[in-house]
Design a binder for this molecule. Structure first.
Ligand SMILES: [Zn+2]
Length: 303
């Protein structure tokens, strides 16, 4: 771990040492901001890591708790094939904030490798607290696998830089009928228990100036599903993202999903599911449009 830190976020680290669980880094650069050192990283980071100038003019930051020797991180993150559009992702993120439907998030300043390291370290502690023996062959790698799964797979949608590329084309044909994309796979995780939400989304829009490739709708749904979620917010985020991209409010989003935190624990209801919807523009104000959409969707939902 120590040998792999010649710089932190592009800032050269002059020297570093480790005392037990904590890596201390020293730099002469002012760009080691307090923001980088989040108290959430470890219990004593705030005190040690304020970016304060130490006796000999260096800025100290506490990087993170060092992982156990058995937590060797893969250097190769899983790569997703889909193309991303960070610029659009940032615009959509800001739009969701303006609509009050953003996921509550803080800026950690951590890059993906640092996130994986930190999560693996803490997940190992969780497993140990549960009494699991991490020296066992089968368990030893679990913290690393969970960290990689969280950062690269099931929660990659927390990072707006991973927003899918959604090139729109001008609606030259003047197509003005409803476009419905049905049965979009929704695999998410509930933010209250971190267990699976499993369902389907049905999305419709009425093109005005812009038309979007249908597979892009699936990508937008997938992106927002890959965060800890509540179904209501997931529905709203998909709605407003598409509204921003397509420049219209004539959008409908319906999600039907099973929550495994209801199915496998708590009330243990194996049959119930949850339906949420967000309707805008004509879908909200025109009875005929809404009826047409619901008729299309209900033919899908009915067994
Ligand atoms: Zn839950």
């Amino acid at each position: 771990m120590l040998g792999k830190l010649p710089e932190v976020q592009g800032v050269p680290v002059r020297r570093q040492f480790s005392d037990g669980n904590t890596v201390h880094c020293f730099s002469n650069s002012m760009t080691l901001t307090p923001r980088f050192v989040n108290p959430a990283l470890n219990g004593h980071a705030a005190k040690l890591g304020n970016g304060q100038v130490s006796g000999d003019g260096e800025h100290e930051l506490v990087l993170l708790t060092s992982p156990s020797p058995d937590l060797i991180l893969d250097d190769e993150p899983i790569t997703r094939s889909q193309k991303t559009d960070p610029e659009l992702g940032q615009q959509v993120a800001e739009f969701l904030i303006s609509k009050g439907v953003a996921t509550p998030q803080i800026e950690t300043g951590l890059d993906e490798t640092q996130k994986r390291t930190l999560i693996a370290h803490h997940f190992a502690r969780i497993m140990q607290a549960l009494g699991l023996d991490l020296r066992d062959d089968s368990l030893a790698d679990t913290p690393r696998r969970v960290a990689q799964m969280y950062v690269d797979e099931i929660f990659y949608g927390l990072d707006w830089r991973n927003f899918p590329k959604c090139t729109t084309v001008e609606n030259k044909m003047g197509y003005s009928s409803m476009v419905v994309e049905r049965n979009i796979n929704v695999q998410s995780n509930c933010e209250h228990h971190f267990v699976i939400i499993d369902g389907r989304a049905h999305v419709a829009y009425i093109p005005q100036k812009k038309v979007l490739g249908l597979s892009k709708i699936n990508r937008v749904v997938e992106y927002f599903a890959k965060r800890p979620q509540i179904q209501e917010r997931l529905t709203e985020q998909i709605f407003y993202a598409l509204s921003y991209i397509l420049e219209t409010e004539d959008i409908a989003v319906v999600i039907q999903a099973k929550h495994y935190c209801v199915k496998s624990r708590g009330v243990e209801d194996v049959n119930s599911d949850t339906v949420t919807s967000k309707l805008g523009g004509l879908f909200l104000h025109s009875t005929a449009t809404r009826s047409e959409f619901m008729r299309v969707v209900n033919t899908v939902i009915a067994p």
